[in-house]
Design a protein around this ligand. Structure first.
Ligand code: MN
Length: 135
């Protein structure tokens, strides 16, 4: 299993278990406010961990800093993510993100236009859905 050697930020606090499968940690970097309207956090996922399906009313940008991860938009194939990848997620698009099965994974998550809302959680990503990645 790959381990993270290029971590930039502290691991932070455990992510809320009700919205994640497996373990993840969130380090808040920029809080919600009415000046920047952007919430920024560093998220670390253990191998196999992922968040539930969800949407962002104001959209989200992911910047991958370490490890190998997955990103999926509803109805599309799972995409592989690696260090240096940037994902732009339009408002209200149903999606999830997390680690691949054999690697920890870290991204910076920037939720934009947060005056419209930060995140709306949906159902967990099942093991069956998670296994659908095709190399
Ligand atoms: Mn998201």
């Amino acid at each position: 299993m790959d381990t993270l050697i290029n971590t930039i930020f502290p691991k932070g606090d455990p992510a809320p278990a009700e919205y994640f499968t497996g373990k993840a940690w969130v380090k808040p970097l920029v809080p919600k406010d009415d000046i920047f309207n952007s919430v920024i956090g560093n998220v670390v996922f253990e191998a196999g961990a992922r968040n539930n399906w969800h949407t962002h009313r104001g959209g989200q940008i992911l910047i991958v800093t370490d490890g190998i991860g997955y990103y999926q938009e509803k109805g599309k194939a799972i995409q592989l993510l690696k260090k240096g990848d940037v994902v732009t997620i339009p408002p209200d698009l149903v999606h999830w993100h997390g680690a691949s099965p054999d690697s920890e994974f870290t991204h910076i998550a920037i939720s934009t236009n947060t005056q419209k809302g930060v995140v709306d959680w949906l159902q967990p990503v099942t093991d069956e859905e998670y296994k659908q990645y095709n190399k």
